[in-house]
Design a binder for this molecule. Structure first.
Ligand SMILES: Cc1cc2nc3c(=O)[nH]c(=O)nc-3n(C[C@H](O)[C@H](O)[C@H](O)COP(=O)(O)O)c2cc1C
Length: 355
């Protein structure tokens, strides 16, 4: 670790984090988003302090160039405020969203909380979004040339979306809006569906086929990555991968949040405290199944599939584990919140020193 990362890590762990973790998690997140966006005027300084660049980390995946294999996962930058600054924080790519066609104010608070002993976050935003049009106009004003930006697309959380066909139209609106924007280098298709009025799920084969068919018909040039649910078995996973590959969609992200509170990674006392809170969980509890599915798909489908490992990355070792399971790229959120913003540069440096 270099001296800049050491100093920032010490400041983060000994001063910022103990204070911030005493305050409301969503308030801190919103404040960081505001400060982060205002730092666009000092990108060089941010990059000097945090990022680590090395040409050996460069990768081209599905025709897209990545300055390093570590990306920001969907859910940290819902509305694109941080789209420009994240490259200077050190990320090789960053996802905006999940973006939905129409705005949604989000589920009732509290909808974000920390579980430090379990190295996890509780999330219940329900696809909070300012809506695709507002987000696209915000991104249009940013200087994103040379950045690798992805848009995660989901369907609006609205009681008016009651059928699969309505939800598909909702997805298509957002894809159509972004597909010709030059700064969009890849898409994520988020198939988790928080709608309360729609009982069907896009993780069901029939619905997933209808959705992917409709998306592919838009003739989108950018590659699409399917965000795979975490708590599915290998058979269910194979069905989704086969359907996607049959439509020439080659990218998969393993994976999303977990629901099951009996997951062995939870500290028992800590998870009990949250028994009255609704939500799903990130971080350590996601690791085992995400890595298992990742390795399974790599073994079964070989190079036909392009894989992103996501979930519970807190250090370079966690990244190496995902690469060894077959990941081409890796994404994170929770690790950065627990370890500090130097984590990405720190990981990149360690990856080059071990290569
Ligand atoms: C606060 C928060 C919000 C999230 N929102 C989304 C989302 O809108 N769309 C999505 O595909 N994943 C979302 N996720 C899941 C993450 O993208 C990722 O799959 C998961 O957190 C595991 O990675 P991590 O352990 O590095 O956080 C969210 C995660 C967090 C922590």
């Amino acid at each position: 670790m270099n001296y800049k990362h050491k100093i920032i890590k010490a400041l983060y762990k000994n001063i910022f984090k103990p204070l911030a973790f005493k305050m409301d998690a969503e308030f801190i997140h919103d404040s960081i988003s505001k400060v982060g966006e205002s730092l666009e005027s000092c990108e060089k300084l941010v990059s000097f302090l945090l990022s680590y660049q090395d040409l050996r980390l460069k990768k081209t995946v599905l025709g897209v160039s990545f300055s390093n294999p570590i990306g920001l996962a969907a859910g940290f930058d819902y509305d694109g405020h941080l789209a420009e600054i994240m490259k200077y924080v050190g990320f090789g790519f960053n996802t905006v969203g999940t973006v939905t066609a129409k705005p949604y104010v989000g589920n009732k608070k509290p909808r974000l909380a920390r579980l430090p002993k379990s190295r996890s976050l509780l999330v219940n935003k329900g696809f909070k979004s300012e809506g695709a049009v507002v987000i696209a106009s915000r991104l249009d004003t940013k200087n994103l040339s040379g950045h690798t930006i992805g848009i995660s697309v989901g369907s609006t959380n609205s009681p008016s979306i009651t059928t699969i066909n309505k939800a598909i139209d909702d997805y298509l609106f957002t894809f159509n809006l972004f597909k010709r924007r030059k700064y969009v280098k890849y898409f994520e298709l988020n198939i988790s569906c928080p709608n309360t009025t729609m009982t069907e799920s896009f993780a069901e084969e029939k619905n997933f086929r209808a959705l992917t068919k409709a998306v592919v018909a838009l003739k989108i040039k950018q590659p699409i990555f399917i965000k795979i649910p975490n708590e599915i078995n290998e058979e269910e996973c194979d069905k989704l991968v086969r359907v996607a590959l049959s439509q020439e969609i080659r990218g998969f992200i393993f994976s999303n949040l977990v629901k099951n509170r009996n997951n062995q990674a939870f500290d028992k006392k800590e998870i009990k405290y949250f028994s009255n809170f609704i939500g799903n969980f990130s971080g350590k509890p996601t690791v085992n199944n995400a890595n298992k599915l990742l390795a399974h798909v790599r073994n079964k489908f070989g190079k036909e599939a392009t894989l992103v490992g996501c979930g519970g990355v807190f250090n370079a070792n966690d990244v190496v584990n995902k690469l060894n399971c077959g990941a081409d790229l890796v994404q994170l959120i929770t690790g950065m919140i627990f370890e500090g913003p130097q984590l990405i540069g720190e990981i990149c440096q360690e990856l080059t020193s071990s290569s």
